[in-house]
Design a protein around this ligand. Structure first.
Ligand SMILES: NC(=O)c1ccc[n+]([C@@H]2O[C@H](COP(=O)([O-])OP(=O)(O)OC[C@H]3O[C@@H](n4cnc5c(N)ncnc54)[C@H](OP(=O)(O)O)[C@@H]3O)[C@@H](O)[C@H]2O)c1
Length: 402
């Protein structure tokens, strides 16, 4: 497993040991997990962190042996570690809390990775087609690869963002979508349980039929489309395989995108910008556009709360609180950039093409709010920040000068 391009904290490039000792001495409330059952290294580890009771919640004292890729991924266990990088020894500060993020190359996963990484977590991200060079390449359908990375890194927390989340793609490729959204999630939950990791499974408001909003966590789901059904089956599968799981349901997302098509919100930008052409916009489905940075902050707050309180588990809802149709979002985008909106046409009929969508699946977020968890960026500010690199004027400048 040492061949993967893992994100090593500076100066912790691995040697060549294949094994690692069982996870031990991890402080309450997170359980100590099993060992990987693979070959163990027997010599004292150059990368073994020195004890630092304050670095792990609960203040456990840790001693470890082993070098290599697994150790390098885990060097955060006790905070400050002396590591070997080539011929030079150097001290590095590595956070003691470890988080693994699946789907770290995706819209939400990138924000989640950044949020944990910038807040004193030892963070490893996994991707698939876009993994290299920043992230670990792990196909979640490959059980051995999943087992290896979890047992090598021994995360305290796993945020599972990877999924097939495009309803029309799920309708077209139901088996592939089910493998990723359900079977791979179940396997991940099992592996997370094996090392005592707290799993956050990202789910969707599309588990509800949208007929009686707002929805509490206790309301009975009734997904209208196959995407919602696979995500709901994924929820059940992770909870069955790992009691120490949180399911976090969220609505339509926007944020910093690599391409406008990455988000159902940002994809409207060119129709807004090219005002010489009229554009039909859905004015039937009620949405609550939510900034990925806010969801990422909620995931981190949830993880940190859980490290202090083992009762944090089960289902939670998070959402922005500005209700808008796509037409209203497009008008708000125009407003945020001082662009005209008179070419945008509201369509009030329910859509006749594509997968069925719930009319209004508003999520009640009071359970997380009562825990003191939450963050909401106003839509106009968040969308401006996300879309300004895609302004036609800006793109023109980039073409000319770069
Ligand atoms: N986007 C929304 O509006 C929205 C709304 C509600 C809920 N959600 C939920 O939020 C989560 C994140 O969505 P997103 O919009 O960030 O999705 P996304 O941008 O489409 O990203 C999907 C991620 O899954 C990874 N992936 C795909 N197949 C994989 C495989 N076989 N093995 C490992 N990784 C694989 C992709 O990796 P590569 O790209 O590297 O292949 C990518 O990182 C999902 O659970 C989704 O259901 C999203």
């Amino acid at each position: 497993s040492g061949s993967r391009g893992v994100l090593y904290p500076h100066g912790t490039a691995p040697g060549r040991c294949a094994g690692s000792p069982p996870r031990s001495g991890v402080a309450a409330p997170l359980r100590a997990g099993r060992g990987s059952g693979r070959a163990r290294c027997s010599r004292p580890c150059a990368a073994a962190p020195r004890t630092d009771p304050s670095a792990v919640p609960g203040g456990s004292v840790l001693t470890r042996r082993c070098t290599g890729a697994a150790a390098a991924r885990r060097t955060g266990r006790a905070g400050r570690g002396r590591t070997t990088s080539g011929n030079t020894n150097e001290d590095v500060d590595i956070p003691s809390r470890r988080v693994l993020i699946t789907g770290a190359t995706g819209l939400l996963g990138r924000a989640v990775f950044k949020e944990f990484n910038e807040n004193n977590w030892n963070t490893v991200g996994c991707g698939y087609r876009r993994a290299q060079p920043r992230f670990e390449h792990v196909n979640l359908l490959d059980c051995i690869a999943v087992h290896d990375i979890i047992h090598d890194f021994q995360p305290h927390v796993i945020v599972h963002c990877a999924a097939e989340r495009r309803p029309d793609v799920v309708e077209g490729q139901p088996d592939a979508a089910s493998q990723l959204n359900v079977a791979a999630s179940a396997n991940l939950a099992k592996e997370a349980a094996g090392v005592g990791a707290f799993l956050i499974y990202i789910s969707t408001d599309y588990v509800f039929d949208g007929t009686s909003p707002p929805y509490k966590e206790t309301d009975v789901p009734n997904p209208l489309n196959l995407y919602g059904k696979t995500k709901l089956e994924g929820e059940k599968a992770v909870l069955e395989n790992n009691e120490e799981t949180a399911v976090l349901r969220i609505p339509v997302l926007y944020g910093e995108v690599e391409r406008l098509e990455e988000s159902a919100v940002t994809v409207m930008f060119d129709k807004v910008q090219f005002s010489n052409k009229s554009a039909n916009m859905d004015h039937w489905q009620q949405r609550f556009p939510t900034n990925v940075k806010d969801v990422a902050a909620v995931c981190r707050q949830l993880a940190e709360k859980r490290m202090l309180d083992p009762s944090i588990k089960g289902t939670f809802h998070w959402s922005g609180n500005e209700q808008m149709t796509k037409y209203e979002m497009a008008c708000a985008i125009a407003d945020a950039f001082n662009l005209p909106s008179s070419h945008l046409r509201p369509i009030t009929d329910s859509p006749v093409v594509g997968a069925l969508r719930p009319k209004n699946a508003q999520l009640d977020c009071s359970k997380l709010e009562m825990l003191g968890i939450g963050q909401r960026t106003p839509f106009r500010a968040g969308i401006r920040e996300s879309l300004w690199p895609f302004l036609v004027d800006k793109r023109w400048r980039q073409t000319v000068f770069h």
